[in-house]
Unconditional design. Sequence first.
Length: 367
Amino acid sequence: MAGRIIGMISFNYNDDSFGQLTAVRSVASMPFGGRYRLLDFALSNMMNSGIRTIGVVTPYQYRSILDHVGAGKEWSLDRKHGGLFLLPGSIYGPKGAHCSFMLRDIIKNMPFLERAKSDTILICGSSKVFNMDFRPMFAAHEAAGGGITMLYKKVNEATAKDALYLELEGDMVKSMTRETIGEANCFMDCFMIDRKLLLNFIDWYQNFSHIDMTEIMSENLESLPIHAYPFEGYLGQVNNISDYMRCSQDLLRLEVRQELFGGDAKIRTKIEDNPPAKYSAQAEVHNSLVPTGCVIEGTVENSILFRGVHVGPGAVVRNSVIMSKCVIQPGALLENVICDKFVKIGSGNKLSGTEARPLVIAKNSDI
């Protein structure tokens, strides 16, 4: 598939639903799973599928993204031919927080598309957690005669807020909606499109550049061949704080960790050198992820810690996500809490949220 398809990932996406977690970063660069960022999944999936030319559309809050991806070395994309291209994104507009594929972002980066020799473009969002080889999807796209192929996951209940659902007839998309109930086909913010067709879209809609690509596809269902391709594996949808906490807790299930991280197709991320985690004689850890660089002297239950977290003696962290370099001082209690990076929780303080509405502590807070 190398050379026959290029990738484009939209990082230019933000959402007030994440509160303080996206105050200084985009959704794409949100830390996830103890050592990753959400963008790692789309980028790794493309690289593992043999795509060697990938453009990433950066948001105005781009510092954390540039720090994380650099020249693409961890994804073997620091190469002479192809590689990783950092593309400028437009300032986020009034269209709404859930537009992942703004046409104006594509128009702004026409040179990237025009220079591409590949006939097919794979376009992905960056708020979905999954591990997939795109090569069978590409084969299905070609077998169907090209056009557009949308990736979807059949879900038992259409509960994801602001997700897009597809009504299918065979493998053809007949309609799209954001409101449905019961079993549904959830669009995974990922589609393949013929390069010539995308350039036609730009020509047709250039005066309506604030429109989202999914709106263009919806308007052309009767005149264009729009196919759907099913995904059978684990899908984590991170559309708000509750989703973020639920997907983080999913990682505590062995079968989910094995599917996402245990196979030959690795999810890659920025490498950091840290010493092994250190546990005192009084430490208790139950059903939790504790990465390198952590010091555990208290109790950690059903939680995800990031690198360099210190849990002091007598402190209890339960059902929580604690990001890098946080310090939980002796006797503190945290339950259903998300601590952003570099947070310090004072001795004896008790903080709690609920499963549906976890308490979020802003970056660099001292409480």
